[in-house]
Design a protein around this ligand. Structure first.
Ligand code: F3S
Length: 64
């Protein structure tokens, strides 16, 4: 599973970070900082929860 962000859609709500700080790191300005990355199987549910928490729908999980 691959986690990515539409950086132009991220408005810095930080709800994703509140779900799982290590999966959804923020930069110094409070915006989602991660480049696209693979999510470990053990982290998938938290990744789904974090993606669902974003009110801007800026986060995407893709299955391959
Ligand atoms: Fe940005 Fe959404 Fe997280 S707006 S900081 S990706 S909750």
């Amino acid at each position: 599973m691959r986690l990515s962000v539409n950086k132009s859609a991220c408005a810095g709500h930080a709800l994703c970070n509140a779900v799982a700080e290590e999966l959804f790191p923020l930069d110094d300005d409070g915006y989602f900082a991660l480049e696209p990355r693979e999510v470990a199987a053990a982290d998938e549910q938290r990744a789904r929860d974090g993606v669902a928490s974003c009110p801007e729908s800026a986060l995407t999980l893709e299955t391959e």
